[in-house]
Design a protein around this ligand. Structure first.
Ligand code: ZN
Length: 241
């Protein structure tokens, strides 16, 4: 039994297709939101995901595309991309996004876009990670949202540790610890590694493995130009920030 957990696809079909090519047909695929926004293929990403997904939760960009949620806090490029996404999103895609929930709880783990309870909060330091651990009893939480591959570990005494997974790697769970696992981003990595990121979670082995993989960035950049999406969105794909 293996889960493949992805997040922040952001309309990047080239990267999403390659992620699926690295998975087995038997993998249970879970998605942590932000399926649309920024990238040039939102409908295509939703259509492909629907053929493979077990569960997905809603991201803030998905909600922004549906009902302008939070766009006043977006930077100019993100806001322009949401306006573009709203124009191209099909009724079918919109209806599917609208059916997603904010969290999904399995007995052994929780899926949210950004953080437990405060779904769109950014966990970026030990203080916000400690606050997030306090808001759930889940021993394991999977998040995206920051576009940074990393994890937070809480000791039985409450101390929080942290590690970046910028080059991929494996986390082996230790008894008594709780974990917040940030799977990184399929469509727009921001941890200075332009290679995309997702994780395999194997409950029996008690491991999470971050996979970093290359995809044809230039093809996505050309589509961004053709769609007249902001140039900044093309540039940041190759710098990974
Ligand atoms: Zn995102």
């Amino acid at each position: 039994m293996r889960y493949a957990i992805i997040s922040d696809v952001h309309g990047n079909i080239e990267s999403l297709e390659r992620a699926f090519s690295l998975m087995d047909p038997s993998d249970e695929v879970l998605c942590l939101g932000d399926i649309v926004g920024y990238g040039p293929n939102p409908n295509e990403c939703i259509a492909l995901l629907r053929t493979r997904l077990r569960h997905a939760v809603l991201g803030n960009h998905d909600l922004a595309a549906l009902e302008n949620f939070g766009v006043e806090y977006f930077n100019d490029a993100a806001r322009a991309a949401i306006a573009w996404t709203q124009r191209v999103l099909s009724d079918e895609s919109r209806a599917w996004l609208n059916g997603l929930s904010y969290e999904i709880r399995y007995p052994e783990f929780l899926m949210v876009h950004g953080a437990p309870v405060n779904y769109f909060e950014y966990i970026l330091d030990k203080r916000t990670a400690a606050k997030a651990f306090a808001l759930t009893d889940a021993p394991l939480v999977f998040i995206g949202h920051t576009h940074i591959a990393e994890y937070w570990a809480q000791e039985p005494d409450g101390t929080v540790g942290h590690r970046h997974m910028q080059q991929g790697g494996v986390l082996e769970f230790e008894e008594g610890r709780r974990y917040i696992v940030d799977v990184g981003s399929i469509g727009q990595p921001r941890d200075l590694n332009p290679e995309a990121s997702f994780v395999f979670y194997e409950p029996q082995k008690r491991t999470v493995e971050w996979v970093r993989y290359p995809y044809p960035i230039q093809e996505v950049q050309e589509k961004i130009h053709e769609a007249h999406l902001p140039e900044y969105l093309a540039m940041r794909l190759e710098s990974g920030r």
